[in-house]
Ligand binder design. Structure first.
Ligand SMILES: NC(=O)c1ccc[n+]([C@@H]2O[C@H](COP(=O)([O-])OP(=O)(O)OC[C@H]3O[C@@H](n4cnc5c(N)ncnc54)[C@H](O)[C@@H]3O)[C@@H](O)[C@H]2O)c1
Length: 264
């Protein structure tokens, strides 16, 4: 029996077959889940095409997380498909160009706010909108995707600040949703070559250095480890874990940046 047998999971953020969310949806289906996907704006037709590559083509709903009407309509559309949601995957990130790669002193507050609204606040917006369906599960799991925000990285700039807020938000959601038996956790992934990652100027700096620093090594083209950790958190294997950040980064977060390579 698969780890997610009998569970229905909403997976946001599938844009291409490189998207972390695509690998998560694929793995979730292999583990027996019914997946519902959401797509956004001009990428919706691309998402529709990509979904055909999954083992089973999921239902697709439209959802721009900045649009309150779409949040309400998406909740109604999902409620028409299922009486309960056992899992919700937040795999959504966007920052305007001046928030990335040019230091902290150039982005306008409006652009930083946009990055925050789409990449962090939206986790709360999703939980609010889908709360009745998550509650109906009796044991639901929300998982978001993080990039370790405990240190300042090169180039990541305002997105790093936004990820720090996502980490905090996940803990507050864990606090508020625990009594409804809804867990909220993050997977802090190492760099994977996706559309969002390619929009970070100098992303190759991460690509070039990560594998050398990671005790376990790292493959920027393989989202499999991120998908399997996410599926584990969606499953019943972590019933008492919430407000947690699981690092799936080859071990880089645990290693000093000074002389991180070469201890073997
Ligand atoms: N790729 C990496 O190296 C990496 C590492 C750690 C964490 N992450 C995180 O993983 C998540 C998924 O990103 P990805 O790397 O798979 O890239 P991706 O480009 O495949 O996915 C980003 C998704 O965000 C969606 N999106 C953007 N604005 C939206 C909006 N207003 N409403 C709804 N959806 C919107 C896009 O449609 C897209 O599907 C992001 O939170 C990202 O920060 C990525």
């Amino acid at each position: 029996m698969g780890l997610l047998e009998g569970k229905t999971i909403l997976v946001t953020g599938i844009l291409t077959d490189q998207s972390l969310a695509f690998s998560i949806a694929e793995r979730a289906q292999i583990e027996g889940a019914t997946v519902i996907a959401s797509g956004f704006g001009r990428g919706l037709s691309l998402t529709r095409r990509v979904l055909r590559k999954l083992p089973t083509e999921p239902e697709l709903i439209e959802l721009d997380v900045t649009d309150e009407d779409q949040l309400a309509a998406a909740a109604a559309a999902v409620a028409a498909l299922t009486p309960k949601l056992d899992g919700l995957v937040h795999a959504i990130g966007f920052a305007p160009a001046d928030c990335l790669g040019s230091g902290m002193l150039t982005a306008s507050s409006a652009d930083a706010a946009t990055a925050f609204q789409i990449s962090s606040y939206s986790l709360a917006a999703l939980c609010r909108s889908f709360l009745p369906l998550l509650e109906a599960s009796g044991s639901a799991s929300v998982v978001g995707l993080d990039f370790d925000a405990s240190v300042a990285w090169p180039l990541y700039d305002w997105m790093g600040v936004v990820k720090a807020s996502l980490e905090s938000l996940s803990r507050y959601l864990a606090r508020d949703l625990g009594s409804k038996n809804i867990r909220c956790n993050l997977v802090a992934a190492g760099p994977i070559r996706t559309m969002a990652a390619k929009s970070i100027p100098g992303f190759s700096t991460f690509e070039d250095n990560w594998a050398a620093s990671a005790p376990l090594g790292w493959d920027v083209t393989d989202a499999g480890p991120v998908a399997s950790a996410t599926v584990a958190l969606l499953s019943d294997l972590f019933p008492a874990t919430t407000g947690e950040i699981v690092h799936v980064d080859g071990g880089v977060h645990a290693i000093s940046a000074i002389g991180s390579a070469g201890y073997s």
